[in-house]
Ligand binder design. Sequence first.
Ligand code: GLU
Length: 568
Amino acid sequence: MTGEKEYFDFDDIGACAELAELLFPGVKESPEECEGRFPERKLPEGAKVTRFAPSPTGFLHFGGLFPTTVGERLAHQSGGVFILRIEDTDAKREVEGAAESLINTLSYYGIKFDEGVTAEGEKGDYGPYRQSMRAAIYHVYAKKLVAEGKAYPCFSTDEELEKLNSADKKAELKEKDWHFDAEAVKRELLERRRFTLEEVKSSLAAGEKFVLRIRADGDSDKKHPFTDLIKGNIEVPENDEDFVLLKSDGIPTYHFAHAVDDHLMRMTHVIRGEEWLPSLPKHIQLFRYLGFRLPKYMHIAQIMKLENGAKKKLSKRDMGANMNDYKRMGFAPDCVMEYVMTLLNSNYEEWHMQNPDKKYTEFPFSIKKMSTSGCLFDLAKLEDVSKNVLSKYTAKQIYEGAAEWAREFDPELAALLERDPEYAERIFSIGRGGKKPRKDFGAWGEVKAYMGFFYDELFEVTEALPEGTDITDVKQVLTVFAKEYDPEDTQDVWFEKIKAVGAPLGYASDMKAYKAAPEQYKGSVADVSAFLRLAVTGRLSSPDMYEVMRIMGKERVAGRLSAFAGKL
Ligand code: GLU
């Protein structure tokens, strides 16, 4: 027998079948049987099946909420199915509790899954939905690929494997004074395809571990047109890399698991970050080898931030990258979702202006209106969007949102709010409900600064009277008004009283008259109001003083006025 002949012949169907049996003796199920367990879904025409497939390696990133929202919208807008699959094939990187935390965070943002891993366990007929539980399924397809001569084992240690592709290897090749080029590396790598069945048998008998590699048949110099639903028409090279399908512990790589899972779960659209685009050749190859119909792909551009005028990727450490940041700052989930929608679809804001009372879920989300180059993340814009959203809340909703947040992040505020919910709700109702509602805060974390002065415990004077103010006048105004003030007064009567305290001291009651001849007055009713405002709220700008005083009541108003006067 010549040496050549002894090598495993991938065209020999019998040999391939024998190899498959040697490697996967325990796999009895056929791919057809497996397919039968996960039949095509019976869904209306055009219904999309999408998924969020996080690896439980940490917290939910803002960049993760992005594709998730797209998947959720596309599925639910089309009467399809949205699935949560946990991609926990990399035990080394797994963080304990991360999957649960992801599930909780997503549900906090109102992202609902029809199928998959939920807080109550698994839901749906296409599971298991944790990749670590799907080894038996992957092995059915791994066996099929080996039996068809499309995959082969590689008995090397992890380090050896790593070395083959590593810088070390390249350096070694150079050292040997080879003419270093990609071809040389490729030849070296192709060496792995040379083995005999006997070698495989003895390695298995010795208990050696193997990784399973694909037997790539592509040529990376050849490119094929491909349509990505976001990137448009692109060109994708063929795959020529014998990449790993199963690691030595029998657990699949992302590439292999993605193909098997997205096929068996009958996914119509794969929506993921553009960092996966370079892996597309591998995936196209795998789907073809496995005989699976390729789903549609959408590669979403990464979120960028502006730093010193330059666009940079939003990194994990940036404020706002971790979804828990929003919770801590007190951005309500619907505000964040509203912001996500404005970033996702360029026509969303306009639509929302025309449909102010509709929920974002009623917006006709369109893939075509998505940015191909990466959205710009901007906390100031989030604040703006949130102010808008919160301005439409009822006082009760504001109270509930603020109190819930405060219970976790500001117990002092929570105690004050809960001491007298009715008082708090009256405060929150100032300027609410009309055509032009007030937009004082965008996050619960800003509530204390906005309304703290209503509570004696939080009240402090943070601003000063304008320079040159006659202190005796201020004292006089505060003392007289403290006596005069009656919360039962109508706004007109109340205002007349303010004018009446100032007039004898030389403060014009009539703004027109004052503007016409300011030199004839010490000031105007605006100054008188400012004295009162500063004494009552501790600052020079505040919501409507008439409302503020009525909510505080006679005793507290009078107390504040005389306390301020006493310190002058
Ligand atoms: N597990 C992959 C990740 O965490 C999922 C990519 C995909 O959606 O296909 O990025």
